[in-house]
Ligand binder design. Sequence first.
Ligand SMILES: Cc1cc2nc3c(=O)[nH]c(=O)nc-3n(C[C@H](O)[C@H](O)[C@H](O)COP(=O)(O)O)c2cc1C
Length: 421
Amino acid sequence: MNNVDRTESRRRFLKFLAASPLAAYWLGSGSLEERIVSAFQTPSAATIDEPALHKLITSADQALNVFDLEAVAKQNLPPAHWGYMATGVDDDVTLRANRNAFSKLQIRPRRLIDVTKFDTSTEIFGVKWKSPILIAPVGTQRAFHKDGEVATAKAAASRGHLQILSTVASTSVEDVTAARGGPVWYQLYATPKWDITQALIKRAEAAGCPVLVVTVDLPAGRNVETLNRYRRVDSRTCTDCHQVGPLGRFKRRPMFDGLDPTGLTDYYAPNLTWDSIHRMRDLTKMKIVLKGIVTREDATLCVEKGIDGIIVSNHGGRAEESGRSTMESLPEVVDAVGGKIPVLIDGGFRRGTDIFKALALGAKAVGIGRPYIWGLSAFGQAGVEKVLDILHTEFTLVLRQAGVTALDQIKRSYVTEAWRQ
Ligand SMILES: Cc1cc2nc3c(=O)[nH]c(=O)nc-3n(C[C@H](O)[C@H](O)[C@H](O)COP(=O)(O)O)c2cc1C
């Protein structure tokens, strides 16, 4: 088509639009032709550059996805705090593997199913949750926002999500429970000293926690290189807030108030074994869930030893540099458990489709770590709420698009490995 033809066809198109009875509704008063012509005179889409499309948002409600909040979090946080949150271990290979795994799995949606009515609820230990998305334990949340765990608790409560509180939280289990207006699950770092471990468990139980989540994936410590690089470039005096010396790590951690951590240098318990778990079983009526199980061998032992549930987790790529994503570990754990106890998972979940894929592989619920911390760092409670809203909305969308109306319908046949049937 030459330029004259093009101008003529545009003119005809504008005339056609102007004659449309809907035109006044679409464009209000004034000459339609003038308005459309002026619309074509504004800079074209090709002149808009990438940074303009990804300008930092200024309020939580502007976020289109969880990464919009990540960008604001990075802007808001001092380097060392960002590094603490973002770090994996060694080369961050496992951290990246968690994300990359989702692209290896594709969704097989079914068609011609009435999805007008649908239910996203899931039941765990007899309690019904409106969503399979849960708040994974993240320590020291006041390093990200002044309201820390209290903001997270209020957001989780307002949106009806399960929350797991870290042993190394910067707010006590009692205060978090009060902020939430109901119980949370309690995550335990068992220390090498049984009297301290015992006191932590008893305190969580007294606060009304129904479930003890024992993290079992950090017996020896870790090599957080990315964190250490960010620390080096942080010009603040860290000791203004962080206490120095071996016992410093137990200060400003309210769960250790009144306890004597003398002799401990960290929370890691190299002496944690199945015997320790048996002792916990004898000590508490709380359900016991092990967080950090990634093999069929350990999953089988969990069932044999009467563990109540499993969280397939590699600590968000922050424990050992296995190079293996949690999504790749999930099927063998699910198969070994054979439906006898619930299997939950976390690691790298950033999209509703990720959540759908995990449920298709047999997970009962999915934990998020960094995404809600991005929301918290960016806008406090409103940011956490926005992250939960985004992920729940995205998940609901893919659920219905896949032709599913309840979570127990999502089977392995709904996913396929890339390029394979
Ligand atoms: C900053 C940070 C602190 C964490 N603190 C804890 C903790 O105290 N206890 C624990 O069991 N897991 C902890 N985790 C691991 C999370 O519970 C979860 O396994 C992980 O963040 C999930 O991966 P994601 O961040 O990619 O969603 C932490 C993770 C991050 C990012």
